[in-house]
Structures are given as structure tokens and as C-alpha cells.
Design a protein around this ligand. Structure first.
Ligand SMILES: C[S@@+](CC[C@H](N)C(=O)[O-])C[C@H]1O[C@@H](n2cnc3c(N)ncnc32)[C@H](O)[C@@H]1O
Length: 243
């Protein structure tokens, strides 16, 4: 990506096989009340406008696919607002179906490019960020399409509150190496792994997604990464400030 403001760059599908009438109906009737539109002209969102009534923390899931993980987290963490960003309309309709079935009132949805949403979020707005199985774009000439890179990691670090957590998963070894390089180069983040099981095993409060199930069925190994946004003193220490 070039320097300056991120542009809307959505490489995957925005529509899959034709939307079924039920999916279209959900998008028309249910989505408007939950939608988080991006402010025009690259402005910042006001955090209070994002929170569902009665909730405190704001969690973000980037590229939620069919929304099974987001809906599970919303059900198990009702005191947080669960904001999902996903440009794929069939996936948005699938999440809306889960929201209705479980009567969830703490979900918000941004149908757009995650990079634009991140740029619109104020510093420290998020307590959690989830990026589960982002498209790996394995060909070298497509690496620039990867959602996780130094710039987006810096945005995730900026928008996380100190002590907040960033969770990522992938089944593509090359993308895992690429993500780790970007994550470990970001001074505001610290990797929580202390032993191999920490990245080989998915914690119990992290349900499997559809993509993970597909990867396992195909015999691929999945990697689970958990980083924490450092508290300010540690940042200053690492940067050698005050020595
Ligand atoms: C491989 S799928 C994984 C879906 C889901 N997280 C899972 O684990 O099943 C990647 C998802 O990222 C979404 N995606 C692609 N580009 C995106 C972007 N710029 N912003 C937000 N989501 C994006 C895709 O539409 C797709 O749903």
C-alpha cells in the first residue's frame, strides 16, 4: 500500500452465489439498525456512537466470514459491543441470521474495508481485535493484498487500549511468518506465547470458525496468535526513554 490515507481495497468477493430472498430481506430490514457507516471524508468515529446501549468495552472482528465466532463472543460477553467488519454480503446476511436467532443486542456491523474502519477509530477505542484466517494471498505478486501487514498492525496497536488483546489465526505457514514479522516489529505489542502449545492450541474461549474447520479437514495445521497492547511504561522502557 502507498503512504497516506488507506484507500478502499477489497480484493475478495463482495457477493457470492446470488443472495437468497431471506438473506436480501435481512440486509434490507435488520442491517440498517446495526450498521456502522464510515464517516465521510476520512473523519473519525465517535466511540459513544458505536456502543450498544448498556455495554462498556468495544471488541472488533475483522473479516468475520459467516459470523460464527463473532456471534459466539457476543453471546458469551454480553457486556461488550461486538463490532464486525466484512465486505462480503452473504457473510453479513449469515451473521444477521445468528443475531436474530440468538436475540443478540450487542452486535454492530460495518460493511466495508477493515483498513478504512481502523483508520476511522480513535486511539485506544478497542479492548479486543480478532483477525481469524485472513485471506493468505499466497502468490508473491499478491502479497500487497494481505490484510495483515506492518501498516494495519500499527493501526490495530493504535486502536487497542493498553492491556487490550489482538488475536489472529492462520493455516498458511508463509502468512504466519509474514504476520509474525509485522507483529514483532510493532513496539506497542507483545506476544503472549511462552510455549509451543500457546500457538498450536486454540484457547477454550475461542470457538472454531468455518474456515478453520475447512483447513483441518484438508489436513492443514492452524496457528493461533495472541498479542497484548503494552502499557505505556513498557513502551517507553523499550524505546530507551528515561534512561
Ligand atoms: C478466509 S475468510 C475467513 C473468514 C472467517 N474469519 C473464518 O475464519 O471463517 C477471510 C474473510 O475476510 C474478508 N475480507 C477480505 N478483505 C477484507 C477487508 N478488506 N476488510 C474486511 N474483511 C475482509 C473476506 O470477505 C472473508 O470473509
Amino acid at each position: 500500500m502507498s503512504d497516506g490515507e488507506p484507500r478502499r481495497l477489497i480484493y475478495g468477493r463482495q457477493r457470492g452465489p446470488k443472495l437468497k430472498p431471506g438473506q436480501r430481506r435481512r440486509l434490507e430490514t435488520q442491517l440498517p439498525a446495526l450498521a456502522v457507516p464510515l464517516p465521510p471524508g476520512g473523519g473519525r468515529l465517535v466511540p459513544a456512537s458505536l456502543h450498544a446501549p448498556g455495554t462498556g468495552a468495544l471488541w472488533l472482528e475483522i473479516g468475520f466470514g459467516a459470523g460464527e465466532h463473532l456471534a459466539w463472543q457476543a453471546e458469551h460477553h454480553p457486556s461488550a459491543t461486538h463490532l464486525g467488519v466484512e465486505p462480503y454480503l452473504n457473510g453479513v446476511a449469515a451473521l444477521l441470521g445468528r443475531v436474530a436467532a440468538r436475540e443478540l443486542d450487542n452486535v454492530r456491523i460495518c460493511v466495508d474495508d477493515a483498513r478504512l474502519l481502523l483508520a476511522a477509530l480513535p486511539d485506544g477505542a478497542l479492548e479486543r481485535v480478532h483477525v481469524l484466517f485472513p485471506d493468505p494471498w499466497p502468490k508473491r505478486r499478491h502479497h500487497k493484498r494481505r490484510l495483515v501487514n506492518r501498516r494495519s498492525v500499527a493501526e490495530m496497536a493504535r486502536t487497542l487500549v493498553p492491556g487490550g488483546e489482538l488475536r489472529l489465526a492462520s493455516d498458511d505457514p508463509d502468512y504466519v511468518t509474514w504476520m509474525l514479522a509485522a507483529l514483532r516489529a510493532e513496539p506497542r505489542l507483545s506476544w503472549r506465547a511462552r510455549r509451543a502449545a500457546d500457538w498450536r492450541e486454540r484457547p477454550p474461549d475461542w470457538p472454531a470458525t468455518r474456515y478453520e474447520a475447512k483447513a483441518r479437514a484438508a489436513g492443514r495445521t492452524c496457528v493461533f496468535l495472541r498479542f497484548v497492547r503494552r502499557r505505556e511504561e513498557r513502551e517507553a522502557e523499550n524505546a530507551g526513554v528515561g534512561r
